[in-house]
Design a protein around this ligand. Structure first.
Ligand SMILES: Nc1nc2c(ncn2[C@@H]2O[C@H](COP(=O)(O)OP(=O)(O)OP(=O)(O)O)[C@@H](O)[C@H]2O)c(=O)[nH]1
Ligand SMILES: [Mg+2]
Length: 341
């Protein structure tokens, strides 16, 4: 199961109360105040870990509480601090306050840490209130409550190449051909309901990751089809491969398909529009009318986008497409000038 959004509750430990006490000892008249401070409550910290790829573990465990601080005691004994807890979350998790919607943190690297709930401060014991003119204070404080928060965690997959296109456009076929991923492939729309990642090996010890996501249709940003929420998984990629079915079987016009998908990408975010993009004409074997391919190729040329043609039936173009993607995403970052538009 792929879980990419969860709500969790985090509660830091309350601070322990300060103590009210006076020293009472034989031969020590008026021993003075001796109430110790309460201990601090524990924090709840989220830590990015590579051992998790989904948010599934939160589904079964949506509440995380740190220990409270112990109360202060007489004889100036400070209460023990509450133990803090660390909660693992996958790299790529974005944390929001579920109530205000505020973005709290974005985990981009393994080991990255962020305190999501701070423990409460311990209250001061009465010993701390003593002054030269106020030698028998009875003031003492309660500990402060630990922070409690509802969080919304969102997982953005970290892939290098994102696949975009209509349903049935060849997206899952592509990752099944160039990686070990085996997503479901079928000739009906919306076969893919959840994103799949495929790790592609280039044969020279280098790898890159491709994200296959559900297909887009006209009006996806209005919730048509499976909507556009899956596009967040390709927001951080370095390259978008826009797949267009050029076969007659689609019953649509390739150029129009291309424009519709572009509109949906644009309505989702500016950053998607600015990403380097390549255009891939798919199911070449089943395009009887060569004009269907040529019109798409002209459109790509007009927009200055690299163009590829592939078929999984004949195998044509697949190796070349894989190499082209590798060259772009594995190029050193300073070669990032590959903004085609
Ligand atoms: N003629 C032809 N058909 C192909 C080719 N490659 C894949 N198909 C067929 O196209 C259909 C759709 O392929 P998928 O890879 O599942 O498409 P998708 O883009 O992942 O679709 P969704 O997950 O529904 O968005 C399947 O029925 C494949 O058998 C090809 O090269 N030529
Ligand atoms: Mg699919």
């Amino acid at each position: 199961m792929f879980i990419d959004e969860v709500k969790i509750l985090v509660k830091a430990g309350n601070g322990g109360n300060g103590c009210l006490a006076f020293r009472r000892e034989k031969f020590v008249p008026r021993g003075g105040p001796s109430g110790g401070d309460g201990g601090r409550g524990g924090d709840v910290t989220l830590v990015a870990s590579q051992h998790y790829n989904t948010l599934l573990h939160f589904r079964f465990n949506p509440e995380h509480k740190a220990q409270r601080g112990r109360h202060g005691e007489g004889s100036n004994r400070t209460g023990r601090e509450g133990e803090s807890i660390e909660v693992a979350t996958p790299v790529g998790t974005v944390v929001y306050d579920a109530v205000t919607g505020e973005l709290l943190h974005d985990f981009t690297q393994a080991g990255d840490r962020f305190i999501v709930a701070h423990g409460g401060r311990g209250g001061r014991g009465n010993a701390r209130f003593a002054t030269s003119t106020h030698q028998a204070p009875t003031e003492h404080e309660d500990g402060k409550p630990g922070e409690e928060r509802q969080l919304r965690l969102e997982l953005k997959l970290l892939a290098d190449v994102g696949l975009a296109g209509f349903p049935n456009a060849w997206k899952s076929t592509l990752i099944s051909r160039i990686s070990a991923a085996r997503p479901k492939i079928a000739d009906y729309p919306f076969t893919t309901l959840e994103p799949n990642l495929g790790v592609v090996s280039t044969g020279d010890d280098r790898t890159f990751v491709v994200a296959d996501i559900p297909g887009l249709i006209e009006g996806a940003h209005l919730g048509h089809g499976l909507g556009v929420q899956f596009l967040r998984h390709i927001e951080r990629t370095r390259l978008l491969a826009h797949l267009v079915d050029v076969s007659e079987a689609s019953g649509r016009d390739p150029v129009q398909d291309f424009e519709i998908v572009m509109t949906e990408l644009a309505s989702f975010s500016e950053s998607l529009m600015e990403k380097p993009m390549i255009v891939v004409a798919t199911k070449l074997d089943a395009a009887q009318d060569p004009e269907r391919v040529a019109s798409l190729e002209r459109l790509a040329a007009e927009r200055g986008l690299p163009f590829y043609k592939v078929s999984s039936v004949t195998g044509e173009g697949i190796e070349g497409l894989k190499r082209a993607m590798a060259d772009i995403v594995l190029a050193p970052p300073d070669a990032d000038a590959l903004h085609f538009r």
